[in-house]
Design a protein around this ligand. Structure first.
Ligand code: MG
Length: 376
């Protein structure tokens, strides 16, 4: 059972805007037609591909692509393609719009399988909106949507049956199912999908891009920092000053938690660490508000298209008590990062009096964050 796909790419449609017909325009890293060709090339049940093109567009095809020259109407173009396939041992043909690049393997499989039982099969999608009948712009009634579906492609047929229908039919049919049904063929609907959209208007490119290239670029980073205690009367943690009988030593304000979070962001970006961006040897950072570092890190994330998903900061110390200040700390970090406080967690633990934090020699902090890419 040899299955061919006939890609209809001869249209000169200009509703989508742009200098070229929509099927030749770019959709992310490749052209609309390249996505469409790939969808069928990757399908194990599709044996060969033929593209019907306008004579001016032959040079736009990928090298070596089997093609036929289209006619003045869609029906004439399909007919030319069917004629080209006629003597190639093809049993079944799927006729597909080049401008439907998001077609799924499932839809292709379902159409091919249905042809075991009927002359034709094509995907349809239920209509969920009410349908109105118009007289000019006046709504005069509703149409019954329960017996109506939206037509999609690929529309599959036994090759001899659809070729005969095309030779007997006229050129006015909107698609091959219409022509086949008019010629008495039995055509069954299989489930289509809303994602199998036909690029028609300029905004359809963005929708198709979201379907083909879902933005799942999420990065995770972690940071860790330690500062030792010295004499003093307060510590600064997550930008909040807390009275304490000791202070933290450090070149800047020694905000150990903010340093850990800053490093988490740099880490998520694979962009070095706080010491590289703000060398301790540089006197300008002496006593600096560590918010400068955090703002720098999140700025570098945003410049690359990332937004903070969430951050989780843990302080490890016996004292001071963090709990009473945790929500103020989270609010301060959220303010610096310009995110919702619900995206920031600040919590604390002790080390059960073990080790340097247990001996109250200093405070340690670790932080994790996610960065989410917001798309091109
Ligand atoms: Mg530090």
């Amino acid at each position: 059972m040899r299955v061919a796909v006939l890609i209809v790419a001869a249209g000169r449609g200009t509703r989508a805007g742009g200098p070229l017909p929509k099927q030749w325009q770019h959709l992310g890293p490749k052209r609309v037609i390249d996505w469409t060709l790939a969808a069928f090339a990757q399908h194990p049940q599709v044996d060969q591909t033929l593209v019907v093109v306008h004579p001016d567009d032959v040079a736009l095809l990928p090298a070596g692509t089997d093609h036929a020259i289209g006619g003045a109407t869609r029906a004439a173009s399909v007919r030319a393609g069917l004629m080209a396939l006629r003597d190639q041992g093809v049993d079944r043909v799927l006729i597909h719009d080049a401008a439907r690049p998001c077609v799924s393997a499932q839809i292709i499989s379902d159409v091919i399988s249905a042809l075991d039982h009927v002359d034709g099969a094509a995907p349809g999608v239920a209509i969920t909106d009410a349908l109105w009948v118009l007289d000019d712009d006046q709504i005069t009634g509703t149409a019954d949507r329960s017996t109506t579906v939206r037509a999609q492609t690929p529309q599959g047929f036994a090759l001899p049956a659809i070729l005969a229908a095309h030779q007997a039919g006229d050129d006015s049919a909107a698609d091959d199912v219409e022509l086949a049904v008019a010629q008495g063929l039995s055509v069954r609907m299989v489930p289509g999908h809303a994602d199998n959209l036909k690029i028609t208007r300029p905004e359809d490119f963005a929708r198709a891009s979201d379907i083909l290239e879902p933005q799942m670029d999420i990065r995770v980073g972690n940071g860790f920092d330690v500062h030792s205690f010295t004499d003093g009367d307060h510590v600064t943690l997550c930008g909040v000053q807390i009275p304490h009988h000791k202070a933290l030593t450090g070149h800047s304000d020694a905000d150990v938690a903010m340093h850990a979070l800053t490093d988490a962001i740099y880490g998520a970006l694979a962009d070095g660490d706080i010491g590289q961006h703000f060398p301790p040897s540089d006197p300008q950072w002496k006593g600096a508000d560590s918010a400068v570092f955090l703002i720098h890190a999140i700025g570098r994330a945003r410049a690359r298209g990332y937004a903070l998903g969430n951050a989780d900061v843990t302080l490890i110390c016996e004292a001071p008590k963090i709990g009473p200040h945790a929500s103020a700390m989270a609010a301060r970090l959220a303010d610096i990062l310009q995110v919702d406080p619900g995206q920031i967690s600040v919590k604390a633990t002790t080390s059960e009096r073990l080790g340097f934090t247990g001996r109250e020699e200093g405070i340690a902090s670790l932080a994790s964050c996610t960065l989410i890419h917001k798309g091109a």
